[in-house]
Design a binder for this molecule. Structure first.
Ligand SMILES: *Cc1c(COP(=O)(O)O)cnc(C)c1O
Length: 402
């Protein structure tokens, strides 16, 4: 373990969580087993009493899973991590671990859709109150915190509007109220943003996205800062049962070896594309944390090591233009999800947010021509060429005063 103590982040991506194993493999073996043999009755009893270290049953712990958990805890500079079956399993386990009837949650408006649904449905039905705020404004958070607030939940940059929240200030307000700050760090990954260092108490990821990075696993993780919190979360996860399986843990552990170089390329490509889009005549506006036009550009620069690979932009021509572009792009693939090596594009108004209706979309800041691009690590010119030929096909009705 001390091997990874004083090495740089990109080296940690390669070496973190890798231990010495029987026969000397350089990667962790996949312990594809549901259960583990006890040597005798006393051994079993000692394991259950917690008087001896070891494995009992893979929902409660598995060496392949633990290797991956140790790696991600190191990358986030946390105490320990808990591998989950999906990002949503990580999020729901966190709410169950931290909240009970009568408690209050402050949540940013720009969160992953199912997180919003979970809070508005299951969590609210348990007698837990939720207030949604625009987390770009520190004062809105401060005003929303009440004596019974137990959790402030932030995603930054937020989905899909890419608004940026000031984690250091929000952490101060949260701790003054004796509440915990939970940050969904999926869009940045620990290569670009480490919320625990900025004062967060719990960090969550959908590892389905940048951490695994290869669009072949659904998984999540929770990173915590101290042993007591870890034990409490482990107990909660064991009861709820949303644990990750050894093979997926192995794949994620393999994926994070290239996290640092992948994120570097995601950022470089996205910066070039965002700047190109911003001067394109058929684009109304571009939201990208790496553009000076982003309303929280300065906070972003202080808080993250790079702007990430996600871009949101508005097409002149609205809903119809969105559908047209989706039907013409070839190199950029039409799919939800994000953070993989391949470029993905989606149009929320005709896809993920279609059933929400136009009015609700407007309220959530999801305009009709809004396109979300997850920039991959391909050659940037191939991505631009594809977008260019798609933009050529859209019709923009010039308004009278233009
Ligand atoms: C995808 C995503 C989730 C949910 O993760 P799953 O692995 O799909 O369950 C949560 N938060 C963010 C920001 C996401 O992008």
């Amino acid at each position: 373990m001390s091997k990874t103590k004083n090495i740089h982040f990109d080296s940690k991506c390669v070496h973190a969580g890798i231990d010495d194993y029987e026969f000397g493999p350089v990667v962790p073996p996949i312990y594809q087993t549901s259960t583990f043999k006890f040597e005798n009755a006393k051994h079993g009893a000692d394991l259950f009493k917690g008087e001896r270290e070891g494995y009992i049953y893979s929902r409660m712990g598995n060496p392949t899973v633990e290797a991956m958990e140790n790696a991600i805890a190191k990358l986030e500079d946390g105490h320990k991590a808990l591998g989950c079956a999906s990002g949503m399993a990580a999020i729901s386990t966190t709410f169950f671990a931290l909240l009970k009837a009568g408690d209050h949650v402050v949540c940013s408006k720009a969160v992953y859709g199912p997180t919003n649904t979970l809070l508005n449905n299951i969590v609210s039905q348990l007698g837990i109150e939720v207030t949604f705020v625009d987390a770009s404004y520190n004062d809105e958070i401060k005003a929303a915190i009440k004596p019974n607030t137990k959790v402030v939940y932030i995603e930054t940059p937020g989905n899909p509007t890419l608004c940026v929240a000031d984690l250091e200030t929000i952490a101060k307000y949260t701790h003054l109220a004796n509440a915990l700050l939970v940050v969904d760090n999926t869009f940045m990954s620990p290569a670009l943003q480490q919320p625990l260092k900025l004062g967060a108490d719990v960090v969550i990821h959908s590892m389905t996205k940048f951490l695994n990075g290869h669009a072949d696993v659904v998984a999540g993780i929770i990173v915590v800062n101290d042993e007591n919190t870890y034990k409490h979360f482990r107990k909660t996860l064991n009861q709820l049962g949303g644990t990750i399986d050894p093979f997926n843990a192995f794949l994620v552990h393999r994926g994070i070896k290239t996290l640092s170089i992948r994120m570097q390329r995601h950022c470089e490509n996205a910066q070039v594309i965002a700047e190109w889009l911003e001067q394109h005549p058929k684009i109304e506006w571009v939201k990208f944390p790496g553009l000076e036009s982003h309303p929280r550009y300065e906070i972003g620069k202080r808080q993250h090591y790079g702007p990430g690979g996600m871009i949101t932009f508005e097409l002149k021509g609205g809903f119809d233009a969105g559908e047209t572009v989706m039907n013409i792009v070839k190199f950029c693939q039409l799919a939800v999800s994000l953070g993989g090596v391949e470029t993905l594009v989606q149009h929320p108004a005709s896809m993920t947010h279609l059933t929400m209706g136009k009015e609700m979309r407007a309220e959530a800041g999801i305009t009709e021509g809004l396109v979300r691009l997850s920039v991959g690590i391909e050659n940037v010119n191939d991505i631009i060429k594809d977008l260019e030929q798609a933009l050529e096909q859209i019709e923009v009705k010039e308004e009278a005063h233009v």
